[in-house]
Design a protein around this ligand. Structure first.
Ligand SMILES: Cc1cc2nc3c(=O)[nH]c(=O)nc-3n(C[C@H](O)[C@H](O)[C@H](O)COP(=O)(O)O)c2cc1C
Length: 193
């Protein structure tokens, strides 16, 4: 696949940003724990307010006793394809500083860490796919997440698989998406619709 057939830039950027996308087709193979740790290492070096590092990644690898707990959190629409992932991760963030004061940017910081995680995965030719479609309350309960942490999102990681093995409705969507224009997201001086 030639990414340039799907995505056009308006300004010069490094190709890593265009090459990262969120496939759903995964092979069902395992990945080594060391590979997953490379993604977590990239996330570790994200910037955060006061270097608070509020992100936490609770994970389960396939063929381990933890897998079914994580898989059962997913909405059916995500289970259909995420069943072939090698790891499922619940991203959480700590809502307070160690002093106990509220950490206003905990979600923003965790988002930055997820971005690095995803880019590192893309550089390693792994599928990394963020998910909102899961039961947030149940995740908090079954993973014993303390009250001062909030559940942000889940991630599926795996080896790329064959598009033809996805259900037809997902095959149709299995290509890199495009984006709003820079002029629609960047506003000089004042906010305008
Ligand atoms: C926080 C977050 C939640 C997402 N939730 C889902 C989801 O539940 N199911 C799904 O199939 N894709 C999900 N996605 C994937 C997005 O739809 C995808 O990232 C977006 O369309 C941009 O496409 P790209 O990642 O291929 O560039 C999610 C992505 C993010 C970052």
């Amino acid at each position: 696949m030639n990414i340039g057939d799907f995505r056009k830039t308006q300004h010069d950027i490094n190709e890593i940003f265009l090459n990262r996308w969120s496939p759903r087709a995964m092979s069902g193979e395992e990945i080594a724990e060391a590979e997953l740790f490379s993604l977590l290492e990239a996330a570790r070096w994200a910037p955060s307010s006061n270097n608070n590092q509020p992100w936490r990644f609770v994970y389960a690898r396939r063929n381990t006793p933890f897998w079914s707990t994580f898989f059962n959190l997913l909405a059916e629409g995500n289970q259909v394809w995420a069943k072939n992932a090698a790891a499922l991760i619940v991203v959480i963030s700590k809502t307070t500083f160690d002093s106990g004061k509220p950490a206003r940017t905990h979600s923003y910081d965790a988002g930055a860490a997820w971005g690095s995680f995803a880019l590192q995965g893309s550089l390693m030719n792994l599928v990394v796919h963020g998910m909102q479609g899961f039961d947030y309350d149940k995740a908090k309960e079954v993973l014993f997440i303390p009250a001062d942490y909030t559940v942000e999102a889940m991630i599926a990681v795996g080896r790329q698989g064959r598009k033809e093995e996805l259900p037809a409705h997902l095959q149709e969507r299995e290509f890199p998406s495009t984006r709003k224009a820079v002029s629609a997201i960047a506003l000089e001086g004042l906010f305008r619709q």
